[in-house]
Design a protein around this ligand. Structure first.
Ligand code: ATP
Ligand code: MG
Length: 264
C-alpha cells in the first residue's frame, strides 16, 4: 500500500465490508406512508461482489442510499468495515463516505466543466491526498479502465460506456471499502453494458468489494452472489450464482489494492 495509505488503511480481513441489521425506512408520501425497507439484514464480506435485484419499487436504491450514508434509516444499524454509518453527524458522515464509499449512479454525475483526469483527481484531493499522488493514481485508474487517451478531454466527448468507466474510475479514486453502483449499465447499449460488466469482473478479481443494484441478469451473473428483494425485504440470497468467483476475505487482505494494475 505504501504511498496509497493517505486515504485510508485497509480494515482487518475478518471484519465484514458491510453489515446491515434490522434496517427499516418509511417515506412520508401524500396519501399513505411508503414502507420502503421493512427489516433488512445483510452481511457482505470483504472482496465479495453482490448483485441486488428485485422489482421496481422494492427498495434497492433506498438500501444503497442508506449504506452510502446519503439517507438515514428509521431503525436498525449499518456498519462499513466495522464502523457505524448510522448515528453520525454530517461532517463525520462525509468523512466516512470519503474513506469507505465509491458511488456510481445510473446517470454518471460527472463534472462537465473539468477534464476527464480532473474528475478522478478531485475526490482524492478533497480527501486530503497530495495533488501529485492523486494525479498519479488517477492516471493509473484511467489507464486501467482504458480511457487514458481521454485524460485531457471533456467528459462530454466520451461515449456512454466511456463515461460510465470514468464514473467508476472516480468512485475508485480513494480506494473505497465498498464500490456501490446503482444500475451502472442502465443507460448503456448492450456493448457499453458488456464493457462495464467486464470491468466489474476485473475489479472483483483485484479484491474490490462491489455492491451492485441491477435489473440486468447478465450483470447479476458476473456477481458471485445475488440478493433478491421484494416489498422492502430480502427474500433470497444465493451465494452460488453461476459465473461467480466468490473471493475469500484473506485474498483481499493479501494486499489487493486497485493501485496495482497487474492484479486486475
Ligand atoms: N424520497 C422518497 N420519498 C418518498 N418515497 C420514496 C422516496 N424514495 C423512494 N421512495 C419510495 O420507496 C419505494 C422504494 O423505492 P426505491 O427507489 O428504493 O426502489 P427501487 O427498488 O430502487 O426501484 P427501481 O428498480 O425502480 O429503481 C418506492 O415505492 C418509492 O416510491
Ligand atoms: Mg432504484
Amino acid at each position: 500500500m505504501s504511498d496509497m495509505t493517505t486515504a485510508r488503511s485497509a480494515p482487518a480481513p475478518d471484519v465484514p465490508a458491510l453489515e446491515v441489521r434490522g434496517v427499516r425506512k418509511t417515506f412520508e408520501a401524500e396519501n399513505a406512508p411508503v414502507r420502503a425497507l421493512r427489516g433488512v439484514d445483510l452481511t457482505v464480506a470483504q472482496g465479495e461482489f453482490i448483485a441486488v435485484m428485485g422489482p421496481s419499487g422494492c427498495g434497492k436504491s433506498t438500501l444503497l442510499n442508506l449504506v452510502a450514508g446519503l439517507d438515514v434509516p428509521d431503525e436498525g444499524a449499518i456498519t462499513v468495515a466495522g464502523e457505524e454509518v448510522t448515528g453520525r453527524g454530517e461532517d463525520d458522515l462525509a468523512r466516512m463516505r470519503r474513506r469507505h464509499m465509491g458511488i456510481v449512479f445510473q446517470f454518471f454525475n460527472l463534472l462537465e466543466g473539468m477534464t476527464v483526469l480532473e474528475n478522478v483527481v478531485l475526490p482524492s484531493v478533497i480527501a486530503g491526498r497530495k495533488r501529485k499522488m492523486a494525479e498519479t493514481r488517477a492516471r493509473d485508474l484511467l489507464d486501467l479502465l482504458g480511457i487514458s487517451d481521454k485524460a485531457s478531454a471533456a467528459p462530454g466527448v466520451l461515449s456512454g460506456g466511456q463515461r460510465q468507466r470514468l464514473a467508476i474510475a472516480r468512485a475508485l479514486a480513494n480506494e473505497p471499502t465498498l464500490l456501490l453502483a446503482d444500475e451502472p449499465t442502465g443507460a448503456l447499449d448492450s456493448a457499453g453494458g458488456a464493457e462495464i460488466i467486464e470491468l466489474l469482473r476485473r475489479l472483483h478479481k483485484g479484491g474490490q468489494t462491489i455492491i451492485l443494484v441491477t435489473h440486468d441478469p447478465a450483470v447479476a451473473e458476473a456477481a458471485g452472489r445475488v440478493v433478491r428483494m421484494r416489498d422492502g425485504r430480502v427474500v433470497s440470497d444465493d451465494s452460488a450464482a453461476p459465473g461467480g468467483s466468490g473471493q475469500s476475505p484473506a485474498s483481499r487482505a493479501a494486499g489487493a489494492t486497485p493501485a496495482h494494475a497487474e492484479r486486475w
